[in-house]
Design a protein around this ligand. Structure first.
Ligand code: COA
Ligand code: MG
Length: 288
């Protein structure tokens, strides 16, 4: 999955529009885009949308962003949406594997009550939204088979750090957020799940957005979150491996296949060893 589009759960119009956005996944939001007094209505709207959409033959992956475990709102969120069987929940302000274990236990209870198979609802944590979470980014491995990916966030983190900004004048993330981004990548790799890049809030800045997508692909992210439908086609384009990259990966795989037992091969005057082979294989896996 490449593109994950946030949609406020209380907007039927945006939910409908999101269905035709081309996003691989929708994140139906009950958290930051919903004011406290609108949570109850948003939960109902999310559940109704899930029920009406799950049966569709062609539909995006459907995740619901619940409120964080620290808020006291998570149980009511799950009571409302788990019976409607979302593919996953996004867990904001996660603090390491313990949060995932905690959320998994809550999901297991709802699945049992709704007659759903145990483990059917997956978990996608936002792994870097609190200062404490940064120190726990390496603890997601084996927390739960429900873990499908890791993503990261800079907005709540900057509020917690007391920062005045999280990007420089050119729109590039400042050091504390580059650290959070790198910890997400490493934490995801350590847990053997994909890493998904964070949102770009300046949704009219297509140039800056594209650059951030390209940087994310280069560094190993396999997808990115969007806040506006206009961002979706750019994500899908940039995160789909292009013909040239695929042909190059295939050439590396072919060269090793022709030289079984070789630890290193040369192609076009450049050395490729085992880590390059692993990377080429991963790229070809992403094609499908
Ligand atoms: N999902 C689905 N549809 C969306 C959308 C989204 N995330 N964002 C905008 N749209 C729709 C608008 O409703 C509008 O539809 P219309 O043409 O039928 O009126 C169209 O796309 C164009 O929107 P635009 O006028 O460019 O933006 P806006 O001012 O209406 O909305 C935001 C701007 C930021 C409020 C909106 O993009 C949004 O709600 N984003 C998601 C916010 C969120 O979930 N945040 C939490 C995660 S950080
Ligand atoms: Mg937030």
């Amino acid at each position: 999955m490449r593109s994950f589009l946030f949609v406020p759960a209380d907007s039927r119009k945006k939910l409908e529009r999101a269905m035709t956005s081309g996003a691989d996944a929708l994140i139906i939001d009950l958290e930051d885009s919903i004011a406290l007094d609108g949570k109850a209505r948003a939960r109902e709207s999310a559940a109704a949308f899930l029920k009406s959409t799950l049966a569709a033959t062609s539909r995006p992956y459907l995740a619901v962003r619940v409120n964080g475990l620290q808020t006291g709102l998570t149980d009511a969120d799950l009571d409302a949406v788990a019976p409607a069987k979302p593919d996953a929940i996004m867990l904001p302000k996660a603090e390491g594997g313990t949060s995932v274990v905690h959320a998994a236990a809550k999901l297991a209870v709802r699945e049992a009550l709704s007659g759903l198979p145990d483990g059917s609802i997956k978990i996608l944590p936002i792994a870097t939204e609190t200062a404490a979470a940064l120190f726990l980014a390496g603890t997601f491995a084996s927390a739960s088979a429900r873990l499908i990916a890791l993503t990261w966030g800079a907005e709540d983190l900057s509020a917690e750090l007391g920062a005045q900004a999280n990007r420089d004048a050119q729109g590039r993330f400042l050091d504390p957020y580059r650290l959070a981004r790198a910890l997400c990548l490493a934490g995801a790799a350590a847990a053997s799940v994909p890493a998904i890049d964070t949102v770009y809030v300046d949704f009219r800045d297509e140039t800056g957005f594209r650059r951030e997508c390209e940087d994310a692909v280069r560094d190993g992210f396999s997808g990115k979150m969007a806040i506006h439908p206009a961002q979706v086609p750019i994500i899908n384009e940039v995160f789909t491996p292009n013909g040239e990259a695929l042909a190059h990966a295939q050439a590396i795989i072919d060269a090793f296949a022709k030289n079984p037992g070789a630890g290193v091969v040369g192609i076009g005057g450049v050395m490729y060893d085992r880590p390059h082979l692993a990377r080429a294989e991963r790229l070809l896996e992403r094609k499908s």
